[in-house]
Design a protein around this ligand. Structure first.
Ligand code: RAM
Length: 935
């Protein structure tokens, strides 16, 4: 663009802001691209943009965006000058603030995009421009890659299996020991640098160092994928790390899951190979010229560095006497290193990592460090956490400090490790023996633990000697829930810790034993609970792709994705999560893309699974109602037929529900005919289901387990006329069989709290949620749990499958806290919280609940207090959202808002009375309700 044109555009842009700036009621903020703030190196060519409109006057009501305008430029200067050389959307009459698809110039590899947005309010007054945001594109095609995959091969010989499993395991672990690889390269820069970007993938795991400094703060990078389909590269801006003259770059490579941590036990794991890397640093000089430093045979590699062993299950061993401090600096003597060998590229496509990376999120100080016996110390982190420890130690060269980890202690105060199975969870640090304090933390392992055993420490460790480094995907935390019941507050804290401890770029089942897999069943509804705890949109969009990547050509979807454990059992419930996650993304974020993208694969799975049907039903089920409270406290799985829900009942009920989800998705993407077919099929199955399982004389399904009633009630399979009877029986059972405690396993737990509340018994849900005797979440806490257990009887059951940090039994409890107690629910007809349903339940002795949800439209708040029949309720709805608000009340006349009749309040419209609630339609804003309830 010519300068004069630039100036004109600048004036125009500035003026359009100026004229209206004072008057506008809204301002756009928190600009995101593909759910992230200023992401680097994306490869979505039609990325989706979003922003939040904030109220200029926080008290204002009824704020609405009526139009927006996006401008995007190839540089910050151009953007600020209003020169939109990439996109000017013009003024778009629309209330949308999320999921706005890029419609500017096609975005090619390496494109830099600076963008901002202006919005118009309900009186058509324009806001000022938002702050600038940016994103950059990565390398979009294979042809962009000049780098070659390099590494250092190694052949391993696994000893033949014998009858002695224990010994086999030990030999296998020894055979899999592999030191970290280091690769380096020096290069000269003679021209000043404008921008330097490193595109890197190192699998299993990598760290990039430039001139002695680490690039970025990601850990356990890159994120896990189904490696035969997809491998992530990560983009780091390394401009500030480069210098004129001599430079050096180094890559540190760990094993991760590429070099499988186990091959045979507990189940065979896929081995992809030795660690390998590809890197390309692209340097643009101020004079417009370019230099590229890419991996190839001229790089030097060694495995003689300090990381002698690294394994996600077993730990890391670091010998600081082998450090080569200057290895990523120019001038280092690498003559003893070897030339890198080109290695086989992974089968999977190299694509951009778009979800958040893992990071060290928080650092905990130990609550205590005690000497148990001479030289053996136990540190208590006070919290079952996931990550590792940072060690600070001074001592003689060659001394080795060993750290071992466990979730609990034995009665004698030593670590309890039986439930970790074969995971050795042992980190070792050998001191270099300088006079000063040596600080070390591992890179290529992680542990789930509360207690740390320290041995070999020169002198006595104190609380200053170790710190707990909490590691998980760096997604935006949102959890905000408090109520008058402290036990429930602690349960909420346990949920939060459990959920974050099981993010390892995939949702894992557990973080501590020799497993840590992405089990689908554990997240079917828990993923919706998670949507209130963190912003999980990018994370679950990514996992949904992992699941599709792991689907077999015939349609089979595994129980574990990525399928590092190859469990293709073709049951319904676990793979069914593949069909439930897109619904969560749609409801909570208004995201249609997951439905659109995965619809064909989801449909393929449904059609494939229909092949297993018999007599109109499907009996494919591997796990039943996994981990119901058993009859004997030592058991993992119940053998009591009265507690076991029939497999065909579970599989068929789920399949009907899943087909109905498909019908809903089909309608959303304009496949009405297919939707009708799914509906018909589901209806036929429902008839067969009722015929086969329902016993009208009893009002029960099959043998009448609690789950056998919860599923038909939740999925709408019970005829209207029978619902009250079935529900009544469920309540009776919960009382007689479980004394108002939990009586379900993973399957029932996904729906239980809502099934009770939706049928008028939120009080019973509350009683069950807050029991402190066995079984229940409160019981876990009474036994010292700071996370959620895998087993209701985790304190007494066999250690063979008994994790202290599992999320599956959270079920829909997280949803219940936020959507029922606080009452913050998405309206699935106007998803992404464009319209909110505010409908709290106020059970039992609860006197207040205060919670918020950082929705894509902004923060929704709910804070109610109850004193006898009197209720006060403060509600905040972000600008550009509306709500249907259910105020518990005897009549609409009883409700006041900010001291005056609610029916006449600005922004509110009384709609109707419904089940003891005065229902209002509300515009955005803050409201203070007072009412008197019927009871
Ligand atoms: C266990 C896992 C997981 C569960 C499967 C079926 O191994 O821990 O939680 O989904 O079994």
């Amino acid at each position: 663009m010519k300068t004069s044109a630039l100036v004109l555009t600048f004036i125009a842009a500035t003026l359009s802001g100026c004229f209206t700036r004072d008057a506008a009621s809204l301002k756009p903020a928190t600009l995101r691209c593909e759910y992230r703030l200023n992401p680097a190196g994306i490869d979505e060519t039609r990325p989706r943009l979003s922003w939040i409109v904030e109220a200029v006057q926080p008290q204002a009501r009824g704020l609405k965006q009526t139009a927006y305008r996006i401008i995007a430029s190839s540089s910050r200067e151009k953007l600020v000058a209003g020169a939109a050389d990439l996109w000017d959307s013009g003024r778009v009459a629309s209330g949308s603030t999320t999921q706005i698809t890029w419609r500017g110039k096609p975005l090619g590899s390496r494109a830099e995009v600076y963008w901002r947005v202006m919005v118009w309010d309900e009186a058509r007054r324009g806001s000022a421009w938002s702050e600038p945001a940016y994103f950059t594109m990565g390398l979009l095609s294979a042809a962009d890659w000049q780098g070659r995959w390099i590494g250092k091969e190694e052949s391993i010989e696994l000893p033949k299996p014998t009858k002695d499993k224990q010994q086999d395991q030990e030999l296998e672990i020894r055979a899999l020991r592999l030191p970290a690889r280091m690769a380096r390269k020096e290069f000269q820069l003679t021209q000043p640098v404008r921008r330097a970007v490193a595109y890197v993938s190192g699998i299993g795991l990598f760290e990039l160092h430039v001139n002695g400094r680490r690039a970025g703060d990601h850990v356990l990078s890159p994120n896990l994928t189904q490696y035969d389909k997809r491998v992530f590269y990560v983009t780091h801006d390394v401009t500030p790390l480069l210098q004129q003259g001599a430079n050096a770059v180094g890559l540190l490579l760990g094993n991760g899951r590429w070099w499988a941590p186990r091959l045979r036990q507990p189940v065979p794991m896929v081995m992809y190979g030795t660690p390998r890397a590809i890197a390309q640093i692209e340097i643009e000089h101020t004079d417009g010229s370019r230099s590229v430093v890419a991996t190839d045979g001229t790089w030097r590699v060694t495995d003689a560095g300090p990381i002698r062993a690294n394994n996600e299950f077993d730990g890391e061993e670091y010998d600081a006497t082998l450090e080569m401090p200057a290895w990523t600096m120019a001038g280092f003597d690498d003559s003893k290193w070897q030339s890198a060998v080109p290695v086989k590229p992974p089968d999977g496509r190299l694509v951009a990592q778009m979800a958040e990376p893992l990071k060290v999120i928080e650092t905990l100080k130990p609550k205590s460090v005690k000497e148990l016996r001479p030289g053996l110390f136990i540190a208590d982190m006070g919290q079952n956490m996931v990550g590792w420890c940072r060690l600070k130690v001074r001592g003689p060269q060659g001394a080795t400090v060993q750290l071992r980890f466990a979730e609990t202690l034995q009665p004698d105060g030593t670590l309890y490790t039986a439930n970790l199975r074969s995971a050795l969870v042992t980190d070792r640090y050998t001191l270099k023996g300088t006079k000063s304090v040596e600080t070390w933390e591992p890179r290529f392992t992680y542990h789930g633990f509360r207690f740390v055993e320290i041995t070999g420490f020169p002198g006595k460790p104190t609380a200053e000697s170790i710190e707990g480094r909490v590691v998980h995907d760096a997604m935006t935390p949102m959890h905000d829930f408090t109520c008058s019941n402290d036990l429930l507050n602690q349960i909420h804290r346990n949920i939060v810790w459990g959920i974050k401890g099981n993010y390892r770029s995939i949702p894992t089942d557990c973080p501590q034993r020799d497993e840590r897999q992405g089990w689908l069943g554990d997240r079917s509804m828990v993923s919706r609970s998670e949507a209130y705890i963190h912003d999980v949109a990018a994370f679950y969009s990514k996992w949904e792709q992992d699941i599709e990547d792991s689907q077999r050509p015939a349609g089979s979807v595994p129980d574990v994705a990525p399928s590092y454990w190859q469990f293709y059992n073709d049951s319904v419930t676990w793979p069914g999560t593949f069909l439930l996650v897109p619904g969560m993304l749609y409801e909570y974020y208004g995201d249609m893309r997951a439905i659109e993208r995965h619809y064909p694969a989801m449909k393929k799975w449904v059609m494939y699974m229909r092949g297993f049907m018999k007599d109109g039903l499907i009996g494919k089920d591997s796990y039943g109602d996994w981990c119901v409270p058993p009859e004997d406290p030592k058991l993992i799985h119940s053998k009591d037929p009265a507690r076991i829900t029939d497999k065909t009942l579970i599989a068929s009920a789920y399949f009907i529900h899943l087909e109905r989800q498909m019908a809903r998705y089909g309608r959303l993407i304009g496949k009405g005919n297919e939707a009708a077919e799914f509906e018909d099929h589901a209806a036929q199955m429902q008839t067969a289901f009722q015929r086969r399982f329902y016993k009208p004389e009893w009002g029960l399904y099959d043998n009448g387990t609690q789950t056998s009633s919860v599923l038909p009630l939740s999925f709408g399979l019970t005829p209207e006329s029978e619902r009250a009877k079935v529900f009544g029986n469920l309540v009776t059972r919960i009382g007689s069989e479980s004394e108002n405690h939990i009586g379900v396993g993973l399957i029932g737990a996904q729906w239980l709290m809502r099934a009770l509340s939706d049928n008028g018994r939120a009080d019973l849900a509350y009683t069950m949620a807050t029991q402190t005797t066995y079984p229940g979440w409160g019981y876990m806490i009474s036994k010292g749990a700071t996370t959620i257990w895998e087993l209701w009887n985790g304190d007494t059951a066999d250690p063979a499958m008994n994790s202290g940090n599992h999320v599956m039994q959270i079920g829909d409890l997280g949803i219940w806290l936020y959507a029922y107690l606080a009452g913050i629910r998405p309206d699935i007809e106007k998803p992404g919280f464009a319209h909110v349903v505010l409908k709290p339940v106020m059970p039992g002795d609860l006197t207040f609940v205060r919670a918020s949800h950082a929705s894509p439209r902004g923060r929704i708040e709910s804070y109610w207090r109850k004193n006898g029949a009197r209720v006060e309720w403060d509600v905040t709805l972000p600008p550009n959202s509306t709500a249907t608000i259910y105020v518990p009340a005897r009549s609409g006349n009883d409700v006041t808002e900010s001291g005056a009749s609610a029916a006449k309040a600005q922004g509110l419209r009384f709609s109707r009375m419904e089940n003891g609630n005065a229902v209002f339609e509300a515009a955005s804003g803050r409201y203070r309700f007072q009412s008197v309830t019927a009871q």
